[in-house]
Structure formats: structure tokens, C-alpha cells
Write a protein that binds this ligand. Structure first.
Ligand code: MN
Ligand code: MN
Length: 477
């Protein structure tokens, strides 16, 4: 028996699951942090019964898009309020959305603008990645290094999209800044001109339905760009992170690089593990609900991606939540239901469904252990981006915890979701595993199907140096 009289709260009777271990323990929480782990803790001011449940670190979703400015007429449906409420209802307690570099603004002004969107709205803690879509000597020489020093040290760049893509020279220059200043570059790897050419050919042949989105960007497009991103990072001598790896052939490139001891890392997403290109071929315009880039692949692909997760070739599973509504002129139907696939906004939602899908298809299906699940969805993302207080159940860590029922069966329905979307691509999916209670810094924010958090309670997290950057620095001595 341990005296918990100094604890604000004790979680009693659960099985704690971390990235490395599974053990019976009570968890004592004081001032929002884990303060005591013991077989039995008595006398705390409040008790939460976790009998029969697993006690996991809350999810860390290191790739999602919230309150991103409109792209033409297309609006992202979720802001920091609906997005974070949806996340916590799914057991996620930290999100990392993107501060987009805005035209006619400095990077710092863009980041400040984004803080304005999060402040007072976020219900759980959050950190930012940057999105860089242009480079100038001013940006690379001054603005970006200053932000990295302030803890904004991960930034996404694109090899495709007309208004985002950077050429190889620009990518090299950004990689070099990351190397000098201690940042981590995240790459969207698809070959722009291949996609353009394939799309033109398809449209010229009258092939414009949603399913041709997948045809227009086959695996080779992602494989080539992944290899090129790896090679550019090798030339610059810095770590690189491949976002939303969708194709097994792209994962093979990452495995090849890691075999050569290059500091190359990557994530995949539930849509590449649970959906396929067949979904884009649903009748009428329904396939548009599954348009995202890169696209879901053939039916044999998920098994290869699970293998990449098992082997550690890919280290994280993130949602890439990109909420564009379906039946909405500011969403998928911006060009009407006859629009060619090239005019359909990309992106699908998934903040709330990520953990249940990965538990169900991963742990319940016997592909990964519960410890691997915790690592892929919480611990590894926190380490990757330097969120030192998150993604763990350990003395001193933030008490971001989810009480998880590993047996509970649920059918996913959009009407039960808390995002501001009018559909989920996982409608009707039967999943096992569900967040019964979610705690953020020791406060119950979700319990028995009800949100108990006030928007605005979430705090901004200043990131420490990303894990891969620390490792690379140690290696080079
Ligand atoms: Mn992307
Ligand atoms: Mn994205």
C-alpha cells in the first residue's frame, strides 16, 4: 500500500501499457503530472476506477490539418475547437497541425496568425509544424533559423501541388538550414510532373471519375520522389522524415536507406492500412470521399505497410486529418458532381478514428502488440518531434492518459463523431477497442461518451530538439 494523500487523483485497478512494458499498477497524479506508480495507492483526493481497462498514454497525432486557411473556395471544416474535441473523443491528447506560410506575411507573422486561431479554442495541448511553400534568402537566412531556435523545429515541404512544390535546389537549401539549426524536414514525396502528365492523359481520354485520382499517381510516382528525397537528404547530410507513406514501394526505399544507416524516418496513416483504391470506385461521386494524396493502394498493399510498421521501417501512425466536407460547395463538390478528379479537393478526416482503427486492425488482428500500438501512436511521435512531456506514462510526464477498453466493439458512424465533417470514410467499420475515459494533464476531458472539456484549456507546447536530430548530432560527434 502506498500513501496517496498528496495525490489529486489516482487511477486504480488498471493495466498500464507503455511502449515497452505491460504491468498492473495504480497511477497517482499530482499537479497534472504522473507522480506515483505503485501496486496499490490509497487515500488520494479523487479516484478513477480502471478495473478491467488498459491505461495507455493518450494518443499523439503528429500530422493533422486544423484551421488551415481556405484554398480558393475550399474550406477545411475543422478549427481548433472541433478538431481537438474530436481528437480527445478518440483518445488523442496532443495534436500537431501545420502553420502554413502565408503570402505577404513573414514566417513569424504566419505563425502568430496561427496561434490566434488556436488560442482560446484548443481543448488539448498542441504544437505546430510549419509548412514552407517558398524560399527567399530572408526566409532561409533569418526567419526560419529564428523560429527553429524558438522551438518550431519541424517543417513540411512538398514535391508536388502547383502552389506548394519546391524544386530539388530549394529542397537542398531547406535541408541545409535544418542541418545547421537543428530542424527536421518532413517531405510530401510525389513526382509532380508524372502526376501532371498522367492526369492530362487520363482527362484527354475522358477518364475523369474519382477512381482515376488513384490511376494518376501510381506507386512509382511516390517511390521515385521518396528515393529522391532520401538522396537529397543524404547529399545535405541531414535526417529526413517522409510523411503519409502510402505505397509499399515507397516503404521499400525507406528500408533501403535505413539499411545503409541513413537517418530516414516515416509515417503511414489508417487510410493506407484500412482502405484501398477500390473505395475510389464507389458508384457516382461517392468515390470522392476517399480522394487523398497519396491515394490508398491495391488490396495487397496494407499487409506490406503493416510489415513496415512491425519491422520499424515506419515509426509512426498519424491521421493526416484533412477535413473537406462531401456534400458541400466548399468541399468535395466545389466543382459539382461532374468535376474531373483533378478538381476534387484532397483530404479525408480521421483524428477521432485513428486509435480504434489501429487497435482493431493492429492489436486485435494480431499484427502488432499493445506495446507497439502505444509506440506507434503516442511515444514515437512525441520523441520524433521533441514533445518531452508527452506520449509516456512515467514519473514527471504530463498525465495525458486514456483508459482503454480493448474488448469493446463499436460500429463507426459519422453521426457519433465530433468533427465538423458530414462523413467519415470508415462508416460502418466494426472496430474493437475504445477510449472509455481520456485525461489531459490530469483532467478528465472525455468520459463514457461525453466531452467534459472546455475549449481553450489546451496549451501550446514548445518543442525540444527532434529525436532524429539529436541522434544525428551524437553520431557525428
Ligand atoms: Mn501531404
Ligand atoms: Mn497532410
Amino acid at each position: 500500500m502506498n500513501d496517496g494523500s498528496e495525490m489529486d487523483l489516482v487511477i486504480r485497478g488498471g493495466t498500464v501499457v507503455t511502449a515497452s512494458d505491460t504491468f498492473r499498477a495504480d497511477v497517482g497524479i499530482r499537479d497534472g503530472r504522473v507522480a506515483l506508480l505503485a501496486e496499490t495507492i490509497t487515500g488520494a483526493r479523487e479516484t478513477l476506477d480502471a478495473g478491467g481497462l488498459m491505461v495507455l498514454p493518450g494518443g499523439v497525432d503528429a500530422h493533422c490539418h486544423l484551421a488551415q486557411p481556405p484554398k480558393g473556395k475550399v474550406e477545411y471544416a475543422d478549427d481548433f475547437e472541433s478538431g481537438t474535441l474530436s481528437a480527445l473523443a478518440g483518445g488523442t491528447t496532443t495534436v500537431m497541425p501545420f502553420a502554413l506560410q502565408l503570402p505577404d506575411m513573414s514566417l513569424r507573422e504566419s505563425v502568430d496568425d496561427y496561434h490566434g486561431k488556436a488560442n482560446g479554442k484548443a481543448a488539448i495541448d498542441y504544437a505546430f509544424h510549419l509548412i514552407l511553400n517558398k524560399t527567399t534568402p530572408q526566409i532561409l537566412g533569418q526567419e526560419l533559423p529564428a523560429l527553429i531556435r524558438d522551438g518550431y523545429n519541424s517543417f513540411k515541404i512538398f514535391m508536388t501541388y502547383d502552389d506548394f512544390r519546391l524544386d530539388d535546389r530549394e529542397i537542398l537549401e531547406i535541408l541545409a538550414v535544418a542541418g545547421r539549426e537543428g530542424g527536421l524536414v518532413m517531405v510530401h514525396a510525389e513526382n509532380h510532373h508524372c502526376i501532371q502528365w498522367m492526369s492530362d492523359e487520363l482527362l484527354a481520354a475522358g477518364k475523369k471519375e474519382p477512381k482515376y485520382h488513384a490511376t494518376s499517381r501510381p506507386m512509382a510516382v511516390e517511390r521515385e520522389a521518396t528515393h529522391r528525397a532520401i538522396s537529397l537528404a543524404e547529399v545535405a547530410g541531414v535526417p529526413v522524415f517522409l510523411v503519409h507513406v502510402s505505397a509499399r514501394e515507397a516503404a521499400e526505399q525507406i528500408a533501403w536507406a535505413r539499411e545503409r544507416d541513413l537517418p530516414v524516418y516515416g509515417e503511414t496513416c489508417p487510410q493506407y492500412l484500412c482502405l484501398s483504391e477500390e473505395d475510389l470506385d464507389r458508384p457516382g461521386f461517392e468515390g470522392a470521399k476517399f480522394i487523398c494524396s497519396p491515394p490508398p493502394r491495391d488490396a495487397a498493399n496494407p499487409a506490406a505497410l503493416w510489415r513496415a510498421l512491425q519491422l520499424g521501417t515506419l515509426q509512426l501512425v498519424s491521421s493526416d486529418h484533412s477535413p473537406t466536407r462531401f456534400d458541400d460547395p466548399k468541399g468535395k463538390k466545389v466543382g459539382g458532381t461532374d468535376a474531373p478528379f483533378t478538381k476534387v479537393p484532397n483530404g479525408i478526416p480521421g483524428l477521432e478514428t485513428r486509435l480504434s482503427l489501429i487497435w482493431s486492425e493492429g492489436v486485435t488482428a494480431g499484427r502488432i502488440t499493445a506495446n507497439q500500438f502505444v509506440d506507434l501512436t503516442a511515444t514515437a511521435p512525441a520523441k520524433m518531434y521533441g514533445l518531452t512531456q508527452k506520449g509516456r506514462i512515467a514519473i514527471g510526464a504530463d498525465a495525458d492518459i486514456v483508459l482503454w477498453d480493448p474488448e469493446r466493439r463499436t460500429t463507426i458512424k459519422n453521426e457519433d463523431q465530433h468533427h465538423n465533417m458530414d462523413y467519415t470514410p470508415y462508416e460502418g467499420f466494426e472496430v474493437t477497442g475504445w477510449p472509455v475515459t481520456t485525461l489531459s494533464r490530469g483532467e478528465v476531458v472525455w468520459q463514457d461518451g461525453a466531452i467534459t472539456a472546455e475549449p481553450g484549456r489546451g496549451r501550446f507546447i514548445v518543442c525540444d530538439t527532434p529525436g532524429p536530430v539529436v541522434q544525428a548530432a551524437n553520431r557525428s560527434g
